[in-house]
Design a protein around this ligand. Structure first.
Ligand SMILES: Cc1cc2nc3c(=O)[nH]c(=O)nc-3n(C[C@H](O)[C@H](O)[C@H](O)COP(=O)(O)OP(=O)(O)OC[C@H]3O[C@@H](n4cnc5c(N)ncnc54)[C@H](O)[C@@H]3O)c2cc1C
Ligand SMILES: NC(=O)c1ccc[n+]([C@@H]2O[C@H](COP(=O)([O-])OP(=O)(O)OC[C@H]3O[C@@H](n4cnc5c(N)ncnc54)[C@H](OP(=O)(O)O)[C@@H]3O)[C@@H](O)[C@H]2O)c1
Length: 280
């Protein structure tokens, strides 16, 4: 399916922009990344999410897969940092998913709806100052953290930044090379990332050096092997962001609350923040 001329059908004052696909990268049969042109008026904080989508298709006896003219939108964390020229996303491919069964077919030059408003709590503003920042993600929950770690601001706020990414299979480790290379080649953050960033991938259903769930890792010295200081989470100087499935968030929250961490928000910053990347 091609989406090459949505602009001709959209009201100029609509709640969304029409942006073009710059590139698409397929990681495996479950995951892909893509980037859209950035509307000059789009402002967001690294870690926020936005609604994006395609026209809703309707089937009738006369015509199959006709564009209804209404957008089908879903929430997506922006994976690129606030200063970037394009807006990048990491997406699941849900086989029967209303949006992603079609979104996975986009090609450079296609058009995608992008909402004007961004929001979210996975922002450094929602955390009180600390020394170490732990970014704990399952699956596509990595997306907002790709934005945060590519923003120089995070390295000014925290001495150490640790990304833990838990997936089922090795091929689900999107951005593994970039993260293992500590963002080498990124002119804005590579110097700070080399010294301050660390990456702990864990694969839970295939052989891999680390195979534990995040809920286990966060309670063991293993998660602190790359960081200086205590080998446990301490709310006095550690800050945590959680992004992933509902179950992962709930279980990690239970552990953090037991350790004395308090949830933060934009209105009242705290020791940790959450965003459910999907309700699965
Ligand atoms: C705040 C927020 C941020 C989000 N950010 C992202 C993102 O950056 N990337 C992304 O791929 N999705 C993200 N999602 C999920 C996204 O909004 C859609 O659910 C997803 O694109 C699938 O859309 P769909 O219409 O194909 O299927 P849906 O009907 O939306 O979902 C069908 C089922 O697929 C499963 N599912 C949906 N999304 C995921 C996922 N990401 N990982 C694993 N299983 C999933 C769930 O079981 C869900 O019930 C986010 C959701 C929220 C609420
Ligand atoms: N990614 C795939 O290979 C794949 C393939 C087909 C379909 N899907 C569908 O896509 C949806 C999501 O798949 P996904 O792989 O992205 O996400 P997922 O099932 O949430 O798994 C991602 C990672 O999160 C871990 N995890 C799950 N629940 C957790 C919890 N309560 N606490 C801590 N860690 C937890 C998993 O560990 P465990 O492995 O120990 O659960 C895995 O390492 C599912 O509905 C699935 O059926 C995914």
């Amino acid at each position: 399916m091609s989406n090459r001329n949505l602009a001709a059908r959209i009201a100029p004052n609509a709640a969304y922009h029409i942006e073009r696909v710059n590139w698409v990268r397929h990681w495996n049969e479950h995951l892909f990344s893509f980037a859209l042109t950035r509307p000059p008026s789009l402002r967001f904080r690294s870690g926020e999410f936005v609604m994006l989508g395609l026209p809703t298709m309707i089937s009738s006896q006369m015509e199959s897969n006709k564009d209804s003219g209404r957008p089908l939108l879903r929430a997506y964390s922006i994976a690129s940092p606030a200063y970037a020229d394009e807006v990048e996303f990491l997406s699941i491919k849900v086989p029967q998913g209303p949006l992603t069964s079609r979104l996975q077919q986009i090609r450079p030059g296609d058009e995608v709806y992008l909402a004007r408003k961004t929001t979210g709590t996975l922002v450094t503003d929602a955390l009180t100052p600390g020394k170490r920042l732990f970014l704990l993600a399952t699956g596509t929950g990595l997306a907002p953290f790709l934005s945060i770690i590519r923003d120089p601001d995070v390295y000014d706020r925290f001495a150490q930044v640790v990304v833990v990414h838990s997936v089922r299979r090795v091929s689900d480790l999107a951005y593994r090379d970039e993260l293992t290379g500590l963002l080498a080649g990124d002119p804005l953050v590579q110097d700070q990332a080399l010294v301050q960033l660390s990456y702990i991938p864990t694969v839970t259903r295939e052989p891999f050096p680390t195979q534990k769930r995040i809920t286990a890792l966060m309670q063991e010295p293993e998660m602190f092997r790359t960081t200086a200081g205590e080998k446990r989470l301490n709310p006095s100087h550690d800050r945590v962001m959680l992004c992933g499935s509902m179950h992962m968030i709930r279980d990690c929250q239970t552990i953090l609350e037991r350790l004395g961490f308090q949830e933060g928000s934009n209105a009242k910053p705290g020791d940790y923040v959450i965003e459910k990347a999907f309700a699965g």
